[in-house]
Design a protein around this ligand. Structure first.
Ligand code: GLU
Length: 449
């Protein structure tokens, strides 16, 4: 069989099925483009229509979320949960609250999550949920009423052994608290049905830091393959949400100098790099006061604020995109390469466009896809589930050791799978193949369901 013809037909059929689902199709295309040797050596995947089955979510739930603002005005948002694949464990993945949320974006995220969760070594299926709700500028009361309304429907579809949501963009500990509270009220059970909970009511220590720390560990692992390290390297991190700020923290701890980062208003260029004092300010600004990075340059005037500008023109050795999908374009990749960037480690989901990835791979620099390098967050979510099951807590150090071990294991799986299928050093191919094989083989074992 001509595998290239088979995958071309497969992709064409997908495009016909969901013509408007651009990011989902982009994610599927990327995965399929790396699976040719796997399909060639395992024709059973073709015979059993594993690809066709894998791209079809097991279930999508879409629902109305009505809520009242502080003035008594009524608003209606749309809520979703995409339960993508449960072959290796209960659906697991975050909840995104952002104006950009659509069924397309959540299908893409749930698809990526399926592979990412498979790579973590833990028994986690793939899912994702969210709403087009924008928490920015809303009072705590408004956010609470929205979250309660969201949960009034979602509670019947999730559960400790069924589907375990967590946070994502626009959904942090505050939102998880409100959702979990309502979930508990409606079901009358105290279980680990959510992760990303606060430690005093069931959360794991180090969960907030896990994705960002994992990105830094993965960067360190990639550089080690070139007998190099983060120490002394200039770094940029794009987003300054939960992932970005903790990536800045760990990269700095590993001896890197983080000189660029950004938020919705623009980017900061801080030539001297972030130190402990600046990091403490940044954490308070982002997590407590939810303020703008403009305040960072007021406090540290040697840094420059660049309104509406991204970070990618700032010279660096290491770049970690940590904001959102397709945030780093082909032109940005060329600028990074021209300025000497040698390592791109994705902290968000699919932040680099296909053109950008192509440019990095053609230049032969280190490049890792988010489904491998940002898996630390969901990995510690898996550890939170374990602790909840055992009804005990691990120390920060214990969780960090597990996280470190899991990131090492993901790194090795990517390298081994890439090499085994003739694509040595290609982290994207390695992540897709290793993630795919575990899920695909489990689907085969479980028959046509
Ligand atoms: N939203 C995070 C991710 O993209 C975490 C999901 C989780 O902890 O379940 O992986």
């Amino acid at each position: 069989m001509d595998i290239h013809a088979y995958t071309a037909d497969f992709l064409e059929a997908q495009e016909k099925k969901d013509p408007g689902q651009k990011v989902f199709l982009q994610a599927v295309k990327e995965v399929v483009s790396t699976l040719h040797p796997v399909l060639e050596q395992n024709p059973v995947y073709i015979k059993e229509k594993i690809l066709e089955r894998l791209v079809e979510p097991e279930r999508i739930i879409s629902f109305r979320v009505p809520w009242q603002d502080d003035k008594g005005e009524i608003h209606v948002n749309r809520g979703y949960r995409v339960q993508f694949n449960s072959a290796i464990g209960p659906y697991k993945g975050g909840i995104r609250f952002h104006t950009s949320v659509t069924q397309d974006s959540l299908k893409f995220l749930a698809f990526e999550q399926t592979f990412k969760n498979s790579l973590t070594t833990l028994p986690l299926g793939g899912g994702k949920g969210g709403s087009d709700f924008d928490a920015r500028g809303k009072s705590d009361g408004e956010v609470m009423r929205f979250c309660h309304s969201f949960m009034n429907e979602l509670y019947r579809h999730i559960g400790y052994h069924t589907d375990v949501p967590a946070g994502d963009l626009g959904c942090g500990a505050r939102e998880i608290g409100y959702m979990y509270g309502q979930y508990k009220k409606l079901t009358d059970v105290f279980t680990g049905t959510f992760t990303g909970k606060k430690p005093n009511w069931g959360g794991s220590l180090l969960r907030p830091e896990a994705t960002g720390y994992g990105v830094a560990y993965f960067t360190q692992n990639m550089l080690a393959t070139k007998n190099d390290s983060v120490k002394g390297k200039t770094c940029i991190v794009s987003g300054t949400g939960n992932v970005g700020v903790h990536a800045i923290e760990k990269l700095t701890e590993l001896g890197g100098k983080v000189v660029g980062f950004m938020d919705y208003d623009g980017s900061v260029y801080d030539k001297d790099g972030v130190d402990a004092e600046k990091l403490a300010f940044l954490k308070d600004l982002v997590f407590v006061r939810r303020g703008s990075l403009k305040e960072y340059v007021k406090k540290f005037p040697k840094a420059e604020f660049r309104p509406g500008k991204k970070t990618w023109d700032i010279p660096c050795n290491i770049a970690c995109p940590t904001a959102c999908e397709n945030e780093l374009h082909g032109d940005d990749a060329k600028t990074l390469l021209k300025n000497g960037c040698k390592c791109v480690c994705e902290g968000s989901n699919m932040p680099c466009t296909p053109e950008a990835i192509e440019a990095f791979q053609a230049a032969g620099i280190l490049y890792s896809p988010g489904k491998a390098s940002n898996a630390g967050g969901v990995a510690v979510s898996g550890l939170e589930m374990t602790q909840n099951s055992m009804r005990l807590y691990w120390t920060r150090e214990e969780v960090d050791q597990y996280l470190h071990r899991i990131m090492n294991s993901i790194h090795n799986s990517c390298l081994e799978a890439a090499e085994m299928y003739g694509m040595k050093g290609n982290y994207m191919a390695g992540a897709n193949i290793a993630g795919f094989k575990k899920v695909a083989d489990s689907m085969l074992d479980q028959g046509l369901v």
